[in-house]
Design a protein around this ligand. Structure first.
Ligand SMILES: [Zn+2]
Length: 75
């Protein structure tokens, strides 16, 4: 019924900010959890310093939900 469009090769990118390093890096949505963990592990002894930009965190939740098809209530 609903046309789901899956676009390969054009993954949405998510800004990850680290106030300690004063850096922002954009990583593919599918890599964001790993990237944050690796950054904090390597540079901050595992402390949760770097994180997804709070401004877009809400939209990311929507993106993820869309990617997983959670927004479609298949009946
Ligand atoms: Zn950092």
């Amino acid at each position: 019924m609903t046309n789901t469009s899956e676009s390969d090769g054009d993954a949405p990118r998510v800004p990850v900010v680290c106030p300690d390093c004063d850096t922002t890096s954009r990583v593919p949505l599918s890599d964001v959890a790993d990237a944050v963990e690796r950054h904090n592990d390597q540079l901050h002894d595992g402390d949760d310093v770097a994180e997804v930009d709070p401004d877009v965190a809400d939209r990311i939740a929507d993106l993820v939900a869309t990617e997983l098809g959670l927004l479609e209530d298949g009946d």
